[in-house]
Ligand binder design. Structure first.
Ligand SMILES: Nc1ncnc2c1ncn2[C@@H]1O[C@H](COP(=O)(O)OP(=O)(O)OP(=O)(O)O)[C@@H](O)[C@H]1O
Ligand SMILES: [Mg+2]
Length: 305
């Protein structure tokens, strides 16, 4: 018998975060270029969590519940976020609950599943952990009586196509387990929605993708979005001319290079720059910032397949 410890749902799920909360509000407000996603996501999640909204609309407009509205009940509450690295997929999934909670006027809970769900190598372990995780999330909903967002980040590591050559038997059973639990969610009457996140949407199992009623694509920022991001970070510390300089230096496409991602600008540029200034106990220097930005190499995109 191996020494490896068997994992439980507690080992692979984060502690639930409850919205509304102030930290989430400020994190959400710092996100740039995602307003359309936020609006559409709020609509979809609120309609998933509260089917009466669609029914009331139908009765008001047509005097009855039309068939197309009944169809909403048959949809699996699965939404996919896909796109390039460092573009806000995880950040938005972790904070959208705030918008739903504050606009909906009810509490929302968010639980994240970690890639530890792949397990430690026991046969059938991933399937068991996935099943336990879904049960745990269902129990959380029952306990709280309020909507739960179940975030499966790096979903490509558990939901890879069963047809894929590198696919192990283990992974296949994982995908099957998830499909079964996703299908159960639509009939269980529970207010649970699943957000699956990936930067390799091409490898997701087609049966998983087919169930998603919304797929949101995330991209690197364009010039206006870079300006908005940099302004948000440094606008109160630098002059307008200095800000223009920074935005110019953040330009990459013109010389055929890939553009900088949001996280290149926050985590790889702004964070080190602020640390340096704090440590020297000096104000931020626009010239030095511009020089650093000029040297910043965009993070590589991950192959989609
Ligand atoms: N749209 C955005 N607006 C402002 N900051 C952003 C945005 N997107 C990403 N960031 C910054 O980049 C950091 C990393 O973003 P995040 O973890 O959401 O990326 P991701 O899309 O999940 O990337 P990966 O595919 O590598 O997991 C965030 O903590 C934030 O600082
Ligand atoms: Mg991420």
């Amino acid at each position: 018998m191996s020494e490896r410890a068997r994992l439980t749902a507690d080992d692979v799920l984060s502690r639930p975060e409850t919205f509304p909360n102030e930290q989430a509000e400020s994190k959400l407000s710092r996100l740039v270029g995602l307003d359309d996603h936020i609006k559409a996501l709020e609509r979809d999640l609120r309609l998933i969590f509260d089917p009466a909204i669609a029914q009331d609309w139908s009765v008001q407009q047509y005097g009855e519940i039309i068939t197309a509205v009944e169809l909403l009940d048959e949809a699996v509450p699965l939404i996919v976020f896909e796109g390039d690295v460092g573009t806000g997929k995880t950040a938005l999934a972790e904070t959208i609950g705030q918008r739903i909670a504050s606009d909906g006027g009810y509490g929302v809970h968010m639980v994240k599943m970690s890639t530890r769900v792949r397990g430690t190598g026991y046969v059938g372990e991933m399937g068991t952990l996935l099943a336990k995780s879904f049960e745990h999330v269902g129990a959380l909903y029952k306990k709280k009586g309020e909507p739960v967002l179940f975030v499966i980040d790096e979903a490509d590591s558990v939901l890879t196509s069963r047809a894929s050559e590198q696919h192990h038997h283990e992974d296949k059973s994982g995908v099957n387990t998830i499909l079964q639990h996703l299908d159960e969610l639509k009939t269980s009457g529970s207010q649970v929605a699943v957000l699956a996140i990936t930067n390799r949407v091409g490898v997701l199992d087609p049966a998983v993708l087919r169930r998603a009623t919304a797929v949101f694509e995330f991209r690197r920022p364009n010039r206006d979005q870079r300006r908005a991001l940099l302004n948000g970070l440094f606008g109160s510390a630098l002059s307008d001319a200095d800000m223009r300089l920074l935005v110019d230096e953040s330009e990459r496409e013109s010389n055929g290079e890939m553009s900088l991602s949001y996280s290149d600008l926050t985590l790889r540029f702004a964070v080190p720059a602020v640390r340096r200034a704090v440590w020297l106990d000096e104000r931020l220097d626009a010239e030095a910032l511009a020089a650093t930005l000029r040297e910043l190499v965009p993070s590589r995109a991950i192959s989609n397949t």
